[in-house]
Write a protein that binds this ligand. Structure first.
Ligand SMILES: NC(=O)c1ccc[n+]([C@@H]2O[C@H](COP(=O)([O-])OP(=O)(O)OC[C@H]3O[C@@H](n4cnc5c(N)ncnc54)[C@H](OP(=O)(O)O)[C@@H]3O)[C@@H](O)[C@H]2O)c1
Length: 412
């Protein structure tokens, strides 16, 4: 990406503020920072209730004399501006982001504070791009949504393979596909965010495969990139696959990365670059049946969420905000994302992104915390290159190295 005017570097009290630290994932980010943040890092927790923030710090065994506490309600612009002005980076886990994130991102852009979060709410991010991309790009402020399970494995995985293709074969990638297998639970906050997005926008708002692309960068054959709903046997993965429920988020993020990098002269993503992902069901007739079941179930689930009575039912059955899987369930979780890439000349490469632990909690916490640490510690104040970005375009190699060092598999 081209260098922009460097952001001024006013002195800040903190390197990172963990906003939403009292939530289910927020509490895990606090524990991660207590265990893994370098001692020199100056950090604080933020949220709407100072007392609850302090008790989260106590429970995580944090040194209360060293970690700051900043009270800021998500609808209070003055408090959010004061918070953003005190730190170099904000990491937010306060969702639904469409309800609690807009003021915070606006404050970060105004204060030239880098920002990352774990949203999967694509219509909300589209609004952020429209409102803030130009200013953040001019200033060199990095606003980086999607730093959790959606969409780091997809985005960094595709980025890693396209780079390796260029390095090994001198060819851009024209096609990357990903195939996920996973075990994990659902948080109340995740269900609340999905319900809120459906209520605010309706399911049609999620359909455009290029909804996060810069204006004018969607290809003429956009329909050929539509989400895949049918079950099929994929010879490259030697497995039956069905629709993956997170593909409507991840594919948009990967396409934004491809468009931003290509516009900046990067050759790794070829013209007409194609990306799709699916859920791996396995081999044999039972897997074929499961793939068909997932396709039908996915359609029914979408139908249920499209209508108010269906959403009420989901709300009644799901965990409440603040709750999530048990410690045992989170420790037993895992995910694996297999990737297959092809160049225009027919070269192929395989890759894998994988980790142990519940993807929506353990892996998400690791990914977003390492993203915040990369923003705080690996990027110079005068580096520029801002905007409403993606994990790959904002952090690329730096996040890849950090996640590998933190035990995540990212291999070609
Ligand atoms: N990308 C991924 O893979 C992934 C994985 C998991 C979750 N998520 C997303 O992350 C978000 C959080 O999930 P979660 O399970 O941690 O949810 P949660 O437990 O409900 O936490 C929500 C947080 O938002 C805070 N909050 C609510 N209203 C607020 C307000 N008016 N002002 C300031 N803060 C406020 C809550 O503070 P209080 O404690 O004061 O209520 C809490 O800290 C959701 O949007 C979810 O979809 C993404």
């Amino acid at each position: 990406m081209p260098r922009r005017a460097p952001a001024p570097s006013p002195r800040r009290s903190f390197d990172v503020v963990l906003y939403g630290a009292t939530g289910f994932v927020g509490r895990q980010t606090v524990a991660y920072f207590v265990q893994h943040a370098p001692p020199r890092l100056r950090w604080a927790v933020g949220g709407r209730h100072a007392g609850r923030l302090r008790s989260v710090l106590q429970q995580a065994g944090a040194d209360l004399a060293r970690v700051g506490v900043i009270e800021a309600e998500s609808q209070d612009p003055h408090a959010l501006h004061a918070l953003a002005a005190q730190t170099r980076v904000v990491l937010s886990t306060a969702g639904p982001f469409a309800l609690h994130g807009s003021g915070l991102v606006a404050a970060c852009v105004d204060a030239q504070t880098h920002y990352c979060d774990i949203t999967g709410e694509t219509p909300w991010v589209k609004q952020l791009i429209d409102r803030h991309h130009a200013q953040a790009e001019r200033q060199g402020t990095r606003i980086v949504p999607f730093c959790g399970f959606d969409s780091v494995p997809s985005d960094l995985g595709a980025w890693m393979l396209t780079r390796e293709m260029l390095l090994r074969h001198g060819q851009p990638c024209v096609d990357v596909k990903a195939c996920f297998s996973l075990r994990g639970g659902f948080n109340g906050g995740t269900v609340a965010s999905a319900l809120n997005a459906m209520e605010q926008h309706g399911h049609k708002a999620f359909g455009d495969p290029f909804m996060l692309n810069p204006p004018g960068s969607a290809p003429a054959d956009a329909a050929a990139h539509a989400d895949v709903h049918a079950p099929r046997h994929d010879a490259d993965f030697d497995a039956w696959v069905g629709p993956f429920f997170m593909a409507p988020v991840n594919t948009r993020v990967v396409r934004r990365s491809a468009a931003l990098l290509s516009a900046a002269g990067d050759r790794a993503y070829g013209a007409g670059f194609h990306y799709q992902e699916s859920l791996r069901l396995g081999r044999g007739p039972l897997a074929a049946l499961a793939a068909a079941g997932v396709s039908v179930g996915g359609g029914l689930g979408q139908g249920l969420m499209a209508f108010a009575p269906g959403r009420r039912l989901v709300k009644a059955l799901a965990p409440a905000p603040g709750a999530g899987p048990s410690e045992r369930a989170m420790n037993q979780g895992h995910f694996r994302c297999e990737l297959f890439a092809r160049s225009a000349a027919g070269h192929t490469l395989r890759g894998r992104v994988a980790d142990r632990g519940d993807p929506g909690n353990r892996a998400t916490t690791k990914m977003v915390c390492e993203a915040a640490l990369a923003l705080a510690l690996d990027i110079e104040d005068d580096e520029g290159e801002g905007g409403v970005l993606t994990p790959a375009t904002a952090l690329g190699e730096r996040l890849l190295r950090r996640l590998r060092a933190a035990g995540m598999t990212l291999q070609v």
